[in-house]
Design a protein around this ligand. Sequence first.
Ligand SMILES: [Zn+2]
Length: 361
Amino acid sequence: MRVSIPTISLDPLVTKAFPQVSKTEAVSRLVSFIEPGNVAVLTGAGISVDSGIRAYRGQNGRYLNPNYHPIFFHELADPTPKGHRFRQRYWARSYLGWPAIKEAKPSTSHYAIGALQYSNLVHKLITQNVDGLHGKAIPITWGAYEKQRRILELHGRLRTVSCTRGHSQSRAVFQERISSLNPSWRKYVDELARTGSEPRTNPDGDVELRGRYFTDFVVPNCELCLLEGVNADEASIIKPDVIFFGESISSAVKDRSFRDLECCDKLLVIGTTLATYSAFRIVKHALEVGKPVMMLNIGPTRADKFERIEKIEMKSGAVLTDVCSLVLGPKAHHDPELRRLMMSGVVQPPIDDTADNDTGG
Ligand SMILES: [Zn+2]
């Protein structure tokens, strides 16, 4: 299965009108849905908007940045000089975009889900986001095993990179290598930070480069390949551990997404247009196996055509903390860990996109 580029792959997003509901009614419907427990949650870019990461799409389902052209997997993996230019473009842009992703803090919605995970009401979480923010908003008692078992990153993660021979390293280390090989770019990043003119970052960590060419950008080789004696000319290609447009999701990840859904009683979908098929088919599968589905999203989604989905047109940040308080009751105040999760989280949507919150990839 391939992750399709949303501009060309989608059925046209159905523009179906959903009745507007008051915040009180939205909270009450969400409480009723979540209270019995054993919920699977599927999230998209909309949930990270309050963390300052822009969604791909605005409230009308259209691209916030109509000129956005992501790099395809076959372009990045192309071993020819043309592929090298794609890799220069990708890594130059990603080099500028990474600090914003790395520094981003979980939103109140991420922490509300963390509180529901801690209380075992949300049993499985599947996210399309590659920003790692759900993993930063988990219960303090969770170790790496529990985190891996309870959160599935459907499209991978930006925080690690791998070469085509399977060597893996942290993105932070790789970023340092880029810096040391590209002093003029490092200066450029410092200058952008100093003047507060950081470029617009997409949810995949990519940015627009305006008026700056990347032909001088040095893409690091995999050091571990070089240590193993691989010739620098034949060194393997490094890519972040995310699924690129046009790249296949492994059957292991696909199967797990279905299993995670099947072991829960219902599915709550938050902040996504379901533009990518890998996410859309989880919702489709939920309906096929008779699980109730509720959606919390502003704007049209690919699943709006399904009658059996209950949809609430609202920002997750506007309701999830209140939902948590009501579902958890007095426990939310007495348990120090629950209190911490409920009191945490930022609400810092990107300044120029405040009208476009809570919809996305
Ligand atoms: Zn390698």
